[in-house]
Design a protein around this ligand. Structure first.
Ligand code: MTE
Ligand code: LUZ
Ligand code: MOS
Length: 773
């Protein structure tokens, strides 16, 4: 890869930590040298899905070798609470056990191993209560963590009854474990006057600061949270790092010693929430051409025992039910069911994938019902690109003003040879009784901005030192996605200096206050603009000085390649900085950004919640073994709209990674709870995520040539989450292969998601039975 020093932005550049990552020198929270006297904590977990806790006998825990102390809910100095929006999420269970795996006590010992061993020795005296493990049943009983949501436009009921064709049914999609490689971890260091410093692997340092302050009953100004990087977050460290930060801090405050709490994989998976599994009831009416006329949908999500982020996740699901398609007459309900399982949370896409997947399922069914090509039906339902047309406004009232669905998907259709390959697959399937191939081309439209409007703000802080080097702080966190690299590029560009002169400091609540989570794919959009604001202020001050020193107009001053020049006059950037210092010019600046033009009425579910849309399309080709249900992805062609990409190398990595992660969700990752409500898939031995060997032999990723219509940082577009939805093409290619068993069949191919080999085999057998009928 070309490390382009001359062109800091809009150019390929290696990840700022790439060398440290591959050489093992990158410092993660667990690698921070431990202070003398550091103790290690582990959590004691509930063995019951639902029970009243009468008494807990901790004598064996306390007597276990190396144990220093054990803390329960009663020992928390402040609030026993870590719910991000609704306060229904205790740090430690108090009185009632709400899921198997819920933390009940903290044990602190001389070593990590000794703490973990002791944590198993508690004796629970409980009254077992009936556990609700089924989201459909919970919703039917009115067990919801927040009130139901309802979005309505037009008259779905009338359009459904008058439609020439109608399909009704139920479907569901499974959840997904974030499976960040670095597990949850926090290292709490007590300071003087009751202050607390916490190193934590988190997407949301400010939220950790506030949760710790409340738990310790101190002010937020007494808590400092620092995160240099995460080994992945994927949404799982947006709110749910709080439990770990609070527990470590509570123990550290009580013992006045540094305490580290590092979850091992099993505990991490048993304790923390995942992507919500969704349960759908749908009723769709359409015409002969496959155009949707009316749609009524109810979505039930598994919230788990508490609300966490289930509300905004459901809102995003409702707002992405359209994916790329105009919905004239719709009625959508969303229910967040309370179950006695982990509290589900953010996961890449944040409900968007669960909403959009259903409409893609319907597009596929409509095409099969009418005997049409699924991509033809899809493009026939696309939003109208003409902004004066009614068919360009989303069901929540936002016009799709920057619609490039047609040119983008047509480009992929042509370049990836959809027609030729479809014909070749049909020919292959005719002569191949056991192995069947399939393909699918699916589009993506994804709204960019937090759907909670006030979260769309960010801060930056830029320091220029006297040697001309620059230190940058901003509110975003690095989880591997490359935000620090992009931020560094933005600052280097504004100051006309090479990237090696810029360093991005660890994210620190003491540097930038009241930050939003690095989430909703907005990290670079928000923080990039904030640091640009700071850098421009500094450049303006230096420009005035350069104009004065050179006797030329400010408009003629150029900052480029570590030199400041106008006409014949030039001066190294570092020299100009020293001159500025001697003239007592301020050499550091803050910056701020708030996304303009967005608004949202949550009661009506109407507004313009997104700043713009990101688009993409994918064509996947698979082969399925109809005797075993095994399958393989043969080829994937991905096209993604990153606007003017700040860094095409990083964006390509995000597109490929998101796609493979989405493929894992829809085809191999399966969460299973046993009849007692214990998650039995809590380690890689039983929970299968995609590996390198699952990448297709033909794997083409391209960025669509586009410029963001919205005025974003260098007109780039967000890239973190939307590519996950490109994996829909894999699921529907598998469905297409199964349909190949009986090409004349005009019904629903009954494939459930995830399409594991078992699910595929079930669908194959059902399809085979249609042959003999
Ligand atoms: N990429 C890597 N390597 N690791 C991650 O944890 N998280 C994803 C995405 N890409 C993630 C990732 C999620 S869920 C989000 S919201 C975005 O990155 C957040 O970063 P951004 O806003 O800077 O794109
Ligand atoms: N909204 C959203 C949110 O669209 N994405 C998020 O990650 C999020 N997180 C918290 C609250 N609202
Ligand atoms: Mo990403 S799910 O918004 O952290």
């Amino acid at each position: 890869m070309n490390d382009n020093m001359n062109k800091p932005v809009l150019a390929q550049r290696v990840h700022e930590s790439a060398w440290a990552h591959v050489s093992g020198t990158a410092i993660y929270t667990d690698d921070i040298p431990e202070l003398h006297g550091t103790l290690h904590a582990a959590l004691g977990l509930s063995p019951y899905a639902h029970a009243r806790l009468r008494h807990i006998d901790l004598s064996k825990v306390k007597a276990s070798p190396g144990v220093i102390a054990v803390f329960t809910a009663d020992d928390i100095p402040g609030e026993n609470q870590c719910g991000p929006i609704i306060k229904d999420d205790p740090v430690l269970a108090d009185g009632v056990l709400q899921y198997a795996g819920q933390p009940v006590f903290i044990v602190v010992a001389e070593s990590h191993e000794l703490a973990r061993k002791a944590a198993r020795l508690a004796i629970f005296d409980v009254e077992v209560l009936p556990a609700n493990l089924n989201p459909r049943e919970a919703a039917a009983q009115g067990q919801l963590v927040i009130p139901p949501m309802h979005l309505q436009r037009g008259d779905a009921e009338t359009r459904l009854t008058s439609a020439p064709h109608r399909i009704q049914g139920q479907w569901q999609v499974g959840g997904q474990e974030q499976f960040y490689l670095e597990g949850q971890i926090a290292y709490a260091l007590p300071g003087e006057s009751g202050n607390m410093q916490v190193y934590c692997s988190t997407q949301h340092p400010s939220e950790m600061q506030h949760v710790v302050a409340h738990a310790l009953h101190i002010g937020s100004h007494q808590v400092q949270v620092v995160c240099r990087r995460m080994g992945g977050g994927f949404g799982g460290k947006e709110s749910q790092s709080a439990l770990w930060a609070a527990s470590a801090a509570i123990a550290a405050a009580r013992l006045k010693r540094p305490v580290k709490l590092r979850a091992d994989r099993d505990d991490d998976m048993l304790v923390t929430g995942k992507r919500h599994d969704f349960y759908y009831d749908y009723d769709a009416g359409f015409d002969e051409n496959g155009r949707l006329l009316g749609l009524s949908v109810q979505m039930i999500s598994r919230a788990g025992f508490s609300a966490d982020l289930s509300g905004p996740v459901a809102t995003r699901a409702v707002c992405h039910l359209d994916n790329a398609y105009y919905l004239s007459d719709v009625d959508i309900r969303a229910l967040c069911a309370r179950t006695n399982t982990q509290s589900n949370t953010a996961f890449r896409g944040f409900g968007g994938p669960q909403g959009a997947l259903l409409i893609e399922y319907l597009m596929d069914d409509i095409a099969r019902h009418l005997g049409k090509d699924p991509f033809d039906v899809r493009r026939h339902n696309f939003y109208d690109p003409d902004p004066s047309q009614e068919r360009c406004v989303t069901h929540y009232g936002q016009p799709v003003a920057d619609n490039i669905l047609k040119p983008l998907s047509e480009q992929l259709y042509q370049n990836a040879d959809y027609q030729t390959r479809k014909a070749a697959i049909q020919a292959f399937n005719r002569q191949s009784p056991v192995l069947k191939k399939g393909l699918a081309l699916t589009p993506v439209k994804f709204g960019i901005a937090f759907n909670v409007t006030h979260l769309n703000q960010a801060g930056g802080l830029v320091h220029i030192y006297l040697d001309g080097t620059v230190l940058v702080n901003h509110g975003g966190t690095e989880m591997g996605q490359g935000i620090h690299t992009k931020i560094l590029q933005v600052v280097a560009h504004e100051l006309g200096i090479s990237a090696d002169k810029v360093h991005i400091a660890a994210t620190d609540t003491g540097k930038i206050a009241n930050t939003s989570a690095t989430a909703a794919s907005t990290g670079t959009d928000l923080n990039g603009k904030a640091v640009q604001d700071a850098a421009i202020q500094l450049r303006n001050r230096l420009t005035a000085l350069a104009a004065q020193l050179s006797g030329s107009a400010e408009a003629d001053v150029v900052f480029s390649e570590n030199v400041v020049s106008t006409g014949n006059w030039m001066m190294p950037f570092s020299e100009l900085v020293q001159k500025a210092y001697l003239q007592r010019i301020q050499l550091w600046s803050d910056g701020f950004y708030a996304t303009p033009g967005i608004h949202w009425n949550s009661a009506k579910m109407q507004g313009s919640p997104f700043q713009y849309f990101a688009y993409g399309a994918a064509l996947s080709e698979v082969i399925v073994d109809t005797l075993t249900g095994e399958w393989k992805l043969l080829a994937a062609d991905l096209l993604y709209d990153a606007g003017q990409s700040l860094n095409p190398a990083i964006d390509q990595g995000q597109v490929e990674g998101g796609f493979i992660q989405g493929m894992g969700w829809l085809t191999m990752e399966e969460l299973v709870w046993n009849q007692d409500g214990k998650l039995s898939t809590h380690a890689p031995s039983t929970y299968k995520i995609p590996a390198v060997s699952d990448c297709p032999a033909r794997f083409n990723t391209h960025l669509f040539n586009n410029i963001n219509a919205a005025e974003t940082i260098h007109r780039s577009k967000a890239v973190g989450e939307p590519p996950l939805l490109l994996a829909f093409s894999v699921f529907f290619a598998i469905r297409d292969a199964i349909a190949g068993i009986n090409p004349g069949y005009r019904g629903n191919v009954p494939l459930s998601a995830p399409a594991t080999p078992e699910a595929i085999l079930n669908a194959v057998q059902t399809m085979q039975s249609t042959l003999t009928q």
